[in-house]
Design a protein around this ligand. Structure first.
Ligand SMILES: Cc1cc2nc3c(=O)[nH]c(=O)nc-3n(C[C@H](O)[C@H](O)[C@H](O)COP(=O)(O)OP(=O)(O)OC[C@H]3O[C@@H](n4cnc5c(N)ncnc54)[C@H](O)[C@@H]3O)c2cc1C
Length: 442
């Protein structure tokens, strides 16, 4: 670990996921000393770095849109980290026909689905998609357009905004994939983030995120196994953190400023004692769980033209190839209402995988090979489902944080759950702290 840039006081960034990386990267590039504090044993948060046998794998976010500008600028600055194509390709079975929603063939895919909705529904969706194309800010949380739409519509959930069929066939797979939520658990005011995902084209890092994180850790120190318990506050401003390493005694460290780059709920836990009003607001967004199982087979499972199957009749909402050329590894995602277990046991997960494998084989007429090995990852707070009237929620949070000059927030609840949304939030938090530190300079 080499010392970070600059010789001034250090800024702490709590969380080494996409949001924290973006905040730390921005501050580091501007010449500030930064230290990343991470409770986990490994960095990366919901990128989910893990192992399947000896193979480094990711059990979390790995699809990178061509429009993920901030994330791509980050990986480029970290060295040579090539991408390979991986369109979001999810088929579903409707009346015995396999329909494929493919981000690389959007128009043809949408035309398939268009026949399922009423003209009013489809026109509305096209209008929203056009608004996002015209101004990419509409694909992130907090845009004026979607804040206004929320005022008129967020008294009722998304499921009440569109017809039953288009909700089931088109909207549900989108909100399940992005939010782990059912259409009656999310709102039109945040739907721009979902549509934006559909309008992008996806790739994956050839070697996953691990080499990028290693290159980052050479530039900015990352303290693993260290939990931020509470801020240290003086005269109403944050001047440090109370930290516990490996569950040991709490120690105080002074920092020039602090960025909390965690889920809204984790930030609420850290802030509750010192900033109860802010913590109360941060407890508002909903989070939904997900369980991801990667199973390696002794031969390819999926075909090249059908690489994933979205399902709405069980706990498994999506099963798909791990990569274009890794069709022998299947990633099963268990989410949505039926994929939430009160008590998740090994037996239950095994039964879920058996059931999912049977369904995929049955639907697509594929025969699975022999299972070689698997890895299971449960995310209790996998995806943020936001709040109704989310623009107002954000305004409230920004107002309260505005009263604490040396504190900034980043996370999936500010700009959206996509990796690029988190990067935007992190970048903005870094910019806020940089501006604050510039004020203090002679
Ligand atoms: C299964 C899954 C698949 C996904 N797929 C995609 C995809 O393909 N493409 C896409 O764009 N998005 C995807 N996403 C969404 C995206 O990956 C996440 O929204 C994003 O990675 C979240 O980043 P974050 O930094 O905000 O939060 P996190 O990654 O959760 O990072 C927060 C970090 O803070 C740490 N932390 C929390 N509390 C403390 C504390 N008190 N002290 C110290 N550290 C603390 C945590 O350990 C964690 O590492 C997916 C998400 C999941 C769960």
């Amino acid at each position: 670990m080499t010392p970070t840039a600059g010789d001034g006081p250090t800024v702490a960034v709590v969380g080494s996921g996409a949001s924290g990386l973006a905040a730390a990267f921005h501050l580091h590039r501007l010449g500030h000393r930064v230290e990343v504090i991470e409770a986990g044993e490994v960095p990366g948060g919901r990128f989910g770095i893990d192992r399947l046998g000896d193979k480094p794998v990711m059990t979390g976010g790995k699809n990178i849109g061509r429009r993920y500008d901030l994330f791509r600028a980050f990986t480029e600055a970290m060295g040579d980290h090539p991408y390979m194509p991986f369109g979001i390709n999810a088929s579903r079975v409707e009346n015995g026909r396999v329909l494929t929603l493919d981000s690389d063939r959007r128009l043809r895919s949408l035309a398939h689905f268009a026949r399922m909705g009423s003209p009013r529904d489809m026109l509305r969706l096209v209008r929203l998609a056009r608004a996002i194309r015209a101004d990419r800010a509409n694909g992130y949380l907090g845009s004026p357009l979607f804040t206004e739409l929320a005022q008129a519509n967020d008294h009722e959930p998304l499921s009440k905004q569109f017809g039953e069929r288009v909700t089931r066939v088109l909207l549900r797979p989108m909100v399940i994939r992005n939010n782990g939520a059912e259409p009656d658990e999310v709102y039109l005011g945040t739907f721009g983030t979902n549509l934006a995902m559909l309008l992008d084209t996806y790739e994956q890092l050839d070697h996953g995120i691990e080499p990028v994180l290693a290159a980052f850790a050479e530039r900015v120190p990352v303290r693993l196994n260290t939990t931020a318990v509470a801020p240290v506050v003086r005269d109403g401003d944050v001047v440090g953190l109370r930290l516990s390493e490996r569950g040991g005694p709490v120690q105080t460290r002074e920092y020039a400023a602090v960025v909390l780059a965690t889920t809204a709920h984790a930030a609420a836990d850290i802030l509750r004692g010192e900033f109860p009003a802010l913590a109360k607001r941060l407890a508002e967004p909903t989070y939904f769980p997900s369980t991801v199982v990667l199973v390696e087979y002794d031969r390819p499972f999926f075909r090249t033209d059908v690489r994933a199957l979205a399902m709405d009749d069980g706990p498994c909402t999506n099963a798909g190839s791990y990569g274009m050329d890794e069709r022998h590894i299947v990633r099963y995602t268990f989410s949505g209402r039926q994929g939430r277990a009160r008590e998740l046991t090994d037996d239950l997960v095994a039964a879920w995988v058996d059931d999912a494998e049977r369904r995929v084989s049955g639907h697509l007429g594929l025969t699975p090979g022999r299972r070689v090995r698997s890895v299971v990852r449960h995310w209790p707070a996998a995806y943020c489902g936001y709040t109704p009237f989310h623009g107002e929620f954000l305004a409230g949070v920004h107002q309260l944080v505005g009263d604490v000059p040396s504190l900034a927030l980043a996370g999936d609840y500010l700009r959206g759950v996509s990796i690029e949304g988190c990067f935007r939030a992190g970048h903005e938090a870094g910019a806020r702290i940089a501006a604050r530190l510039a004020e203090g300079r002679p």
